[in-house]
Design a protein around this ligand. Structure first.
Ligand code: BGC
Length: 366
């Protein structure tokens, strides 16, 4: 197990700062008895050490709580729903914001537990830990399909309601998937790109992990659209950057070297536009190579405003988090859930970069 972090988050994607990428705010999950020790540690010990120790404390306290409690989800007690993303990444900040806000509305306690890296064993271990704590509901963004099947089955057997948000695990027993219809979104991304590329040329695709069905579906839709509508556009590379911005920068540099005629870069995950934009700027190629992709991280929006990024496909992340709580509540009331719930996407260009967020927030005006 590496690091578990409970991020304290600002509402809306527009409020994520690029610094949060490198320094995720660490409001570690504390229980009263561990608080003093951790405060002292924070002043003297490096962050990773205090984080690892806090995790040990969390787990110790959890197993104690477990001894004292009966098996199965707590009845009549405050319910606990946990959001488990693929790993630490600013993309999930608005997801958890929606989750937390809905938790307050429904009177459910919410937690956010993120592994340090996008690695399946780490995500599985987090799921196992919350099963041991008998939480009531889990919302997972699946880093992998098959790899999560046993852990989701175990949680289900333990009476915990499990759903997926953002990234589905179709082979698992998760009760529903809440998020983007990814194949269709990848297809419409390609439609936009075709116009910008004038129906021809070389495009490279960057992807944050090759195991997640959501990203593979996007690529599938993207590729299908090019085959159907623009056979003169060639995908010359598809690279895995593991959800990391520094790796995206390096991969982009390598792509520029290997493919001197590259006309466009398309990102199927959130870190691509910020990372590729940085590399293009460094190489004096900003605005000369078409850059587009998923998600509306602040650096992507800045890139759109300054003509480094042509467009992005914004997912409704706050809504994913909000609906996750609503559907977990319904599941606890034994209501049937649909197999999937489409949260929709919005294409962002310079024309709507400054207004779309306000429009999206209206839906959740409190
Ligand atoms: C995806 C997430 C992924 C994130 C960062 C988003 O586009 O929907 O599943 O974790 O990018 O890679």
């Amino acid at each position: 197990m590496e690091v578990l972090i409970n991020t304290s988050l600002q509402r809306g994607a527009a409020t994520c700062t690029s610094s949060s990428w490198f320094h995720v705010k660490t409001n570690l999950i504390l229980n009263p008895s561990s608080h003093t020790l951790l405060s002292a540690m924070k002043t003297r010990a490096p962050l990773w050490l205090s984080t690892v120790v806090s995790l040990a404390l969390i787990l110790t306290s959890c197993s104690k709580k477990e001894d004292a409690q009966s098996n199965g989800p707590s009845k009549g007690k405050e319910k606990i729903f946990v959001m488990i993303p693929k790993g630490v990444h600013p993309y999930y900040e608005p997801c958890y914001e929606g989750f937390k806000d809905a938790g307050a509305k429904y009177g459910v306690k919410t937690e956010y537990l993120a592994a340090k890296a996008f690695e399946v064993p780490q995500e599985v271990e987090i799921i196992e830990n919350v099963i041991a704590r008998h939480v009531d509901g889990i919302a997972i963004s699946a880093l992998d399909d098959q790899g999560l099947v046993p852990a989701i089955e175990e949680a289900t057997k333990a009476g915990i309601k499990v759903i997926t948000f953002d990234a589905p695990a179709p082979s698992s027993k998760a009760l529903t998937y809440i998020g983007t219809m990814n194949e269709a979104a990848g297809y419409s991304g390609a439609e936009q790109l075709i116009k910008l590329m004038n129906n021809e040329g070389e495009v490279a695709v960057l992807q944050g992990g090759l195991g997640a069905p959501n990203l593979n579906d996007r690529f599938k839709g993207f590729e299908r659209c090019l085959k159907e509508k623009a056979p003169n556009i060639k995908i010359v590379a598809r690279e895995d950057e593991q959800g990391k911005i520094d790796m995206t920068v390096n991969k982009t540099e390598a792509l520029l070297q290997a493919h001197p005629n590259l006309k466009a870069i398309f990102g199927v995950s959130a870190e691509v536009c910020p990372g590729a934009a940085a590399a293009l700027k460094q190489q004096g190629k900003a605005g000369k190579i078409i850059l587009a992709g998923f998600d509306d991280l602040p650096d992507t929006l800045a890139g759109i405003r300054s003509d480094v990024v042509n467009f992005c496909i914004a997912q409704r992340t706050y809504k994913m988090g909000w609906l996750s709580v609503g559907k977990l509540v319904e599941a606890m009331d034994n209501k049937p859930l649909p197999k999937e719930i489409d949260t929709g996407v919005i294409i962002i260009t310079k024309a709507n970069a400054d207004s779309y967020m306000q429009d999206m927030k209206k839906e959740f005006a409190k």
